[in-house]
Design a protein around this ligand. Structure first.
Ligand code: SF4
Length: 354
């Protein structure tokens, strides 16, 4: 079983309470099974008796994880509780015991069209994942406008990296999409690949090498915030500075807890004259409402509503909420119990006249 590669995590987490306050699902369900400790106890039983892999309550708990990795990031020993969940999902998929809604979604995700190109060939490529293209077209439109205003030519690639299937535990199907994506990038002559989607960035950085589908070493991969910060720090920002003002940056699970670059969006905003204020009660909690599980809103909409309600309850200031991940922008817009003043980073920069 894949979980056996994570015995250190099972042994460390099963009797540890230290990060339970950072478990986003646990914070809205109040169930021990929705914390790293609860999941480690479940998987310790599975380890001792693999028949427990079929226990429907255990299966539901593992697929209910939002995979924010906030607990891993802030654990003093960085035990890979998120990696343990991913391994357990893979074991469950390989045993054919995953929930029916997961099976249906995975079948849908395997029917993705081939990657689509738009614009003239060039070394700079902006990638838009299919879900963002469908649910948040304003993000790509804003980024392309910023690029045009800065006199930068960029070709757009739209498609699926395989990240959602990988996160659901469908490793072989994810690899098939990854290889198609890699071939598309390889044949394009791309040298810089930029995306607004931190999940895609994490797929290229961590998942592709793990599935033996790594992108060419010569291709640099960046989040839009990193690309724009570099532009600003080189003094190459050609359009008027934005008006600035106070904003709260909700951050990204992938950018912070998986890629350790969580400070970049706030640095960009400060560089462009914004005042970045803290959201919520602490700097450790995830407010990305399920971003780490990539398609969490498709599987657990009621839990996403609860997580959005938590964000709405903490949002007391009338100032802007800025999202770094398209998933979070979409979920807060679609599932919050009240309208929130939420914009993506790219939309904010465009709205402020950058
Ligand atoms: S991730 Fe770290 S803090 Fe959290 S339960 Fe495991 S050992 Fe404890």
């Amino acid at each position: 079983m894949h979980i056996e590669k994570h015995l250190d995590v099972i042994n460390a987490c099963r009797f540890c309470f230290m990060c339970r306050h950072l478990a986003p699902v646990g914070n809205v369900t109040f169930r021990e099974a929705d914390t790293p400790r609860g999941r480690a106890l479940i998987l310790d039983k599975v380890r001792m008796n693999p028949e427990h892999l079929r226990n429907p309550d255990y299966v539901r708990a593992i697929f209910r994880s939002e995979l924010s990795a906030a607990c891993r990031f802030h654990c003093v020993s960085h035990y890979d509780e998120a990696g343990l969940v991913l391994a357990a999902r893979r074991d469950m998929v390989e045993a054919g015991v995953e929930p029916e809604n997961v099976k249906a979604l995975a079948a849908e995700l395997q029917q993705q069209p081939a990657p689509q190109w738009d614009g003239a060939a060039g070394e700079l490529v902006y990638f838009v994942d299919s879900r963002t293209a469908e649910t948040q077209p304003g993000i790509a439109a804003a980024f392309r406008k910023i690029m045009a205003e800065n006199g930068l030519a960029c070709r757009t690639l739209t498609g699926d990296t395989g990240k959602a299937l990988w996160t659901l535990g469908y490793a072989a199907a994810a690899r098939k999409l990854a290889l198609g994506f890699r071939d598309a990038v390889r044949s394009s002559g791309c040298r810089t690949l930029v995306t607004s989607c931190p999940a895609s960035l994490d797929a290229w950085t961590h998942d592709y090498p793990a599935m033996d589908a790594a992108l060419d070493d010569r291709v640099r991969v960046l989040h839009t915030s990193e690309f724009l910060l570099e532009l600003a720090e080189r003094g190459q920002w050609k359009t008027p500075a934005p008006a600035g003002g106070p904003v709260c940056c909700l951050g990204s699970d992938f950018l912070k807890n998986f890629l350790d670059r969580g400070d970049v969006p706030a640095r960009l905003l400060r560089k462009l004259g914004f005042t970045v204020e803290r959201f919520g009660t602490n700097d450790e909690e995830s407010y990305a409402v399920g971003e780490g599980a990539v398609v969490y809103d498709r599987l657990e909409p009621e839990l996403v509503k609860k997580m959005c309600a938590r964000v709405a309850a903490l949002c007391r200031d009338p100032g802007r909420l800025i999202t770094v991940a398209p998933y979070t922008r979409h979920a807060l817009s679609a599932y919050s119990p009240r309208p929130l003043p939420v914009l993506s980073l790219e939309e904010l920069l465009m709205e402020r006249g950058v």
